[in-house]
Design a protein around this ligand. Structure first.
Ligand SMILES: CSC[C@H]1O[C@H](OP(=O)(O)O)[C@H](O)[C@@H]1O
Length: 352
């Protein structure tokens, strides 16, 4: 577990700390300037934290929601405890619409909940299931880094570009795409990593650059608009990104700007890798067109921390996810293995 008051453990940065009767979340809205931990003791507070992006990142959202259900049991009034836990699950499910990890985690918690016959049993078993979901996510990240390095089969260091934040702040620890980049650095196979700032919420400049600096991994931050020139001039070999939902045909829903990166990568013959645990795969949806794409308040584009960047009241279109067609992706790396040139056949072979 993380040392009290810090966001570091022997394994690296953490953003989620579980204490059995309370959950602590590193408030990612305040990074990189301030490390402030929010303490939550109920599902409503966890749902609000997900909605407000105190915690964000598909796997981290699922893990936090799982702990939210465990907190609902822990602090249930004892009267109609089942109704309280059902309400908690509903609140958490309504927090954000796109990352399937949220619903995957809640379904796992719901299965355990329905098997419980007393409140005491629910408290113990729900906490255990949430802790298992957390642990399995970190294990998956480590496994994905292994699969990705095997796929890349590098004999010398190469440069890569990444988008948004897919590190320890977005997962249970280590990271998905950023976990691959960490592993490349560990094996001295990382020449340079370019990190898109990722407007409007700036997950790249505020979170990825912060994470990599803490791990002493050299990172070059770039404006999103510079990505095309980087792929044209900097001998980048791979674009490596995460995902919030991968559908049955291999379409990938991820942070806004991912689709344009895929188009650029295809034009510049740079390979495009998506790294995500199987908890991000949604085989119930045929294609990315069916995924609800969250649109957030226009204020996130018009202002930064209260500083106006546009005329007050200007109309804003602020979708925070987009769909990258499977045909533009070279490989989807999961802990279960790699889907090359993803399509429905390859996805079914790995995910049934
Ligand atoms: C491994 S994180 C996956 C995914 O989540 C991020 O979205 P957000 O910061 O809005 O939660 C981003 O799309 C990452 O690629």
């Amino acid at each position: 577990m993380a040392k009290q008051g810090t966001s570091s453990t022997a394994m690296g940065t953490v953003a989620i700390r579980w204490h059995g009767s309370r959950l602590e979340l590193l408030d990612q809205r305040l990074l990189p300037g301030e490390e402030h931990w929010m303490t939550l003791e109920g599902a409503s507070g966890v749902a609000q934290s997900i909605r407000d992006m105190v915690v964000r990142g598909a796997p981290a959202i699922g893990i936090s929601a799982a702990y939210g259900v465990a907190l609902a049991a822990r602090h249930a009034g004892g009267g109609d405890w089942k109704a309280e836990i059902k309400q908690a699950i509903r609140e958490l499910a309504a927090s954000r619409p796109t990352a399937v990890n949220l619903f995957w985690a809640l379904q796992r918690m719901e299965r355990v909940f329905h098997a419980c016959h007393s409140l005491d049993e629910a408290v113990k078993r729900l906490a255990s299931e949430a802790e298992t979901i957390h642990r399995e996510d970190v294990e998956a990240n480590v496994a994905m880094a292994d699969h990705a390095l095997d796929l890349m089969n590098l004999e010398k260091p190469v440069s890569v570009l990444t988008h948004c934040n897919t590190g320890a702040l977005a997962t249970g620890g280590y990271g998905t795409a950023l976990g691959v980049i960490r592993r490349m650095h560990e094996k001295k196979l990382l020449k340079e990593v370019f990190a898109d700032e990722t407007r409007p919420w700036l997950q790249g400049s505020r979170l990825t650059a912060w994470e990599l600096a803490r791990d002493q991994i050299p990172v070059t931050l770039n404006a999103d608009g510079a990505a095309a020139s980087i792929l044209a001039r900097k001998d980048v070999r791979w674009v490596i990104v995460g995902a919030d939902r991968i559908t049955a045909n291999g379409d990938v829903v991820n942070k806004i700007g991912t689709y344009s990166l895929a188009v650029l990568a295809r034009h510049h013959r740079v390979r495009f890798m998506v790294v995500a645990p199987s908890s991000t795969v949604d085989m119930s949806l045929a294609s990315g067109a069916e995924v609800p794409l969250e649109e957030r308040d226009g204020l996130e584009v018009r202002e930064i921390r209260g500083i106006p960047l546009a005329p007050e009241g200007v109309n804003v279109f602020n979708p925070v996810f987009d769909v990258t067609p499977a045909s533009m992706i070279d490989a989807i790396v999961t802990e279960k293995g790699v889907v090359h040139s993803p399509n429905i056949t390859g996805m079914k072979a790995l995910f049934g």
